[in-house]
Design a protein around this ligand. Structure first.
Ligand code: IMP
Length: 336
């Protein structure tokens, strides 16, 4: 009987998908639910056999065979992306969307691509999410229940989430993007996404009653990244990440991610204030310290990472319970 929300402290791309997949394999939840904006967020998971899975609609907890995957009513659905993931991952009968999810159309995507403010100034992913959300707010959007091809997937997600959380089972809510990309909380508007990406927003996106919430895992990327425009404190010079062999590229767009040398503890403290984490997942530790690569045992934590753990715990008031040490799903040190 538990409900865990996974949120990102900064600008996303921190391994929420991998964290969700790890927790699902460890805890065998009945249900994982995607919160967040919609298909602008890419998640990738590398299975133990080396298979790379890329998703942007469904939460990744389905990698555990007994776990169903759903999308909350506050999340935008692109029927083409959903159908592709259901087919690629073999999820027919295990994947669901709420009937009230607003739907992204090809016109939304075209309109974003043609919009210079979004594509150039903001650096949007141009996946139609902002436009679809605008239609939702203006009460012009189609909802999932209006789209015949979505009929096999439609359920009442809040009812299911609360039923599971109130019973003997577990729910994991996978947030998307990052707190500092939040529409109303980011210090960097208009360099934001089209909604908030906090714990409270995630609860609202999936309709989970806060009384069921047992844990908030805030994911903190040891060397934060940002795609698109907007300030990135302690940003590495162009070419530096490549030179160190730690360059990253967007799952959705393939764009290079701008990368920071180190965390900004003021921002981290603010993110903790907004999200109320009970645990921290510290990810990409192997980028900070290559010696951490692939380590799976607490005895392998290096001095450099231990020092960062203490500082992160001090800034957030929550213990680091998970360390990510490489791209593979099993490249983690689980301290919980
Ligand atoms: P949009 O939400 O696609 O319009 O993008 C707005 C801003 O949020 C841009 O700077 C994007 O790069 C950023 N953004 C949106 N989704 C993600 C994500 O999943 N990870 C990182 N940045 C994102």
């Amino acid at each position: 009987m538990s409900a865990t929300v996974i949120v990102d402290a900064l600008w996303g791309d921190s391994g929420k998908g991998k964290t969700c997949a790890h927790l699902a394999r460890r805890d065998d939840p009945e249900l994982t639910v995607r919160a967040g904006i919609g298909t602008n967020a890419g998640a990738s998971v590398t299975l133990d056999d080396g298979t790379l899975l890329k998703a942007r609609q469904l939460p990744t907890g389905w990698v555990n065979p007994g776990t169903r995957a759903a999308v909350g009513p506050g999340v935008l659905v692109d029927p083409r992306v959903l159908a592709d993931e259901v087919e690629r991952f073999g999820l027919a009968g295990r994947a669901f969307v709420d009937g009230r999810c607003a739907v992204i159309t090809p016109e939304h995507i075209e309109a974003e691509r043609a919009d210079e403010h979004l594509s150039r100034t903001v650096g949007s992913t141009c996946t139609g999410n902002g436009r679809a959300r605008a239609d939702l707010v203006m009460r012009r959007a189609r909802q999932a229940r209006d789209v015949p091809e979505l009929a096999p997937y439609v359920i009442d997600v809040p009812r299911e989430v609360n039923k599971v959380a109130a019973g003997p089972g577990n729910v994991i809510v996978e947030g998307s993007q990052g707190t500092m990309l939040s529409l109303t909380y980011s210090p960097d508007y208009p360099y934001t996404t089209s909604g908030n990406c906090t714990t409270a927003a995630a609860l609202d996106d999936v309709g989970l009653n806060w009384r069921h919430l047992t844990d908030v895992i805030m994911v903190v990327k040891a060397m934060p990244t940002r795609v698109g425009e907007g300030p990135l404190p302690h940003e590495l010079a162009p070419g530096e990440a490549e030179a160190r062999g730690i360059a990253e590229y967007g799952v959705n767009t393939g764009r290079p991610r701008r990368k920071a040398e180190r965390l900004d503890f003021g921002l981290l403290e603010y993110a903790a204030m907004l999200n109320g984490p009970t645990q921290i997942a510290l990810t990409f530790c192997d980028h900070l310290d290559p010696e951490m690569r692939g380590r799976r045992d607490a005895r392998g934590i290096t001095g450099k990472v231990r020092e960062l753990m203490s500082r992160v715990e001090e800034a957030t008031g929550a213990p680091v319970t998970l360390l990510d040490t490489g791209p593979g799903l099993s490249d983690v040190i689980d301290l919980s």
